[in-house]
Design a protein around this ligand. Structure first.
Ligand SMILES: NC(=O)c1ccc[n+]([C@@H]2O[C@H](COP(=O)([O-])OP(=O)(O)OC[C@H]3O[C@@H](n4cnc5c(N)ncnc54)[C@H](OP(=O)(O)O)[C@@H]3O)[C@@H](O)[C@H]2O)c1
Length: 292
C-alpha cells in the first residue's frame, strides 16, 4: 500500500502536519514518510514508527529514491526565496519519476495578481503542477498569525508600528489550522485538481492588529502610516539586505491593494470546523507577546 509523504518535515508547518496526520487523521505512523534535510531532528517521529528519509530539493540525484513508495505527497514550499522555483520543479519531477500520484502544494493567495515580491515563484510552481502528469491540490495559505511574533518585538520595544498597509485588511490564519487542512487533504483519497484559498474568518487592518497586540501585552503602540519606499528605507537602515527589505515592504503593498483581504470558507469546507479566531490565538500567545 502506498504511503503518505510530507516534505520539509522538520519545519514548523511540517511538524504540525505530522502531528495532525497521526492524532487527528489517525494515520498509522508506519504509513507516513517524512523527508527532511535534517533527519536527526525527526528522531522522535522515527521512534513512533514514521519512516524518516533525507531529501534536499537541491540534490536531484537522490530525490526519486527519497519519494519511492509514496502515493500522495505534501510539497511544503521551501524558504529558499529566489531559488525555490528550481527546488520545487526538482521535487515535482522526482515525484513523477517515483510514481507518486497526487501532490498537495502550499502556495499563497492569488499569486497571479499579488504584489508580494516572491508571488511569481508560487504561481510558477502551481503552473508546473498543472503541466505535470500528476493530480494536485493547491492550498493557497494566507499569512500566518505567527508572522506577527516577528513584528511585535519591535512594536512593543519602541511603542511604534510603521506600516504602508493603509486601510487594507489581512485575513490571516493560524499556522496550526493550515497544518490541520494539509493533513486532512493528504490523508484523503481526493485526487481532483483543485485550488483552495485558506484564510481566517475575519480580516483586520494593521491598526486593528496592532491595537489588539497592544491590548494583549498591556502596552501602548502608535501606528504610523508611511509609504512603501519608507518601509524599504527603514528596513535597510535596520540592517536588512535590500531584496529582503523590498520583500517585507511588498507585504504591506499587497495589503494596501486589498489583495490579502478576501475571506473564504474553504477551511471550513475541508475540515468541517471554523478557523481559530485571532482573539483566541492572541490569548494563547499572550506570554510570548508580554515577553517582548
Ligand atoms: N503563509 C505564511 O505566512 C508563511 C510564513 C512563512 C513561511 N511560509 C512558507 O511556508 C513554508 C512552511 O512554513 P514554516 O513555517 O514551516 O517555515 P520554516 O519552519 O521556516 O520551514 C522551512 C521549510 O523549508 C524546507 N526547505 C528548505 N530548504 C529545503 C530544501 N533544499 N529541500 C527541501 N526542503 C527545504 C524545510 O525543510 P527541512 O528543514 O525539513 O529540510 C522546511 O520545511 C515555508 O518554507 C515558506 O515557503 C509561509
Amino acid at each position: 500500500m502506498s504511503k503518505l509523504l510530507v516534505t520539509g518535515a522538520s519545519g514548523h508547518l511540517g511538524q504540525l502536519v505530522l502531528r495532525h496526520l497521526i492524532e487527528t487523521e489517525k494515520v498509522p505512523p508506519s504509513q507516513i514518510i517524512a523527508t527532511t534535510r535534517k533527519p536527526e531532528s525527526l528522531a522522535d517521529w522515527a521512534a513512533k514508527g514514521v519512516e524518516v528519509r533525507v531529501a534536499d530539493f537541491n540534490e536531484v540525484a537522490s530525490l526519486q529514491q527519497a519519494f519511492a513508495g509514496a502515493g500522495r505527497l505534501l510539497l511544503i514550499s521551501t524558504d529558499g526565496v529566489g531559488t525555490r522555483l528550481t527546488q520545487h520543479g526538482n521535487a515535482i519531477k522526482a515525484a513523477e519519476a517515483a510514481g507518486v500520484q497526487h501532490i498537495i502544494y502550499t502556495s499563497m493567495p492569488d499569486p497571479a495578481n499579488s504584489l508580494v515580491s516572491f508571488a511569481p515563484e508560487h504561481l510558477a510552481t502551481e503552473q508546473l503542477l498543472e503541466q505535470s502528469t500528476l493530480t494536485w491540490t493547491i492550498l493557497r495559505d494566507s499569512w500566518y498569525f505567527e508572522n506577527i511574533l516577528h513584528s511585535a518585538g519591535v512594536w512593543l520595544a519602541t511603542g511604534k508600528a510603521y506600516t504602508a498597509a493603509g486601510e487594507g485588511k489581512l485575513s490571516h490564519i493560524a499556522r496550526e489550522d493550515l497544518a490541520r487542512v494539509a493533513a486532512k487533504v493528504l490523508a484523503s483519497n481526493n485526487s481532483e485538481n483543485r485550488i483552495y484559498t485558506l484564510t481566517g474568518a475575519e480580516a483586520f487592518t494593521t491598526q486593528e492588529i496592532v491595537d489588539l497586540v497592544a491590548k494583549t501585552a498591556g502596552k501602548t503602540i502608535q501606528v504610523i502610516q508611511v509609504g512603501v519606499p519608507d518601509i524599504v528605507a527603514g528596513a535597510v537602515h535596520a540592517g536588512l539586505p535590500e531584496p529582503i527589505a523590498q520583500m517585507v515592504a511588498s507585504f504591506d503593498a499587497n495589503i494596501a491593494a486589498g489583495q490579502f483581504a478576501a475571506i473564504t470558507s474553504d477551511f471550513t469546507t475541508l475540515t468541517g470546523r471554523a478557523p481559530l479566531p485571532f482573539a483566541q490565538w492572541l490569548a494563547e500567545h499572550k506570554s510570548a507577546l508580554v515577553a517582548h
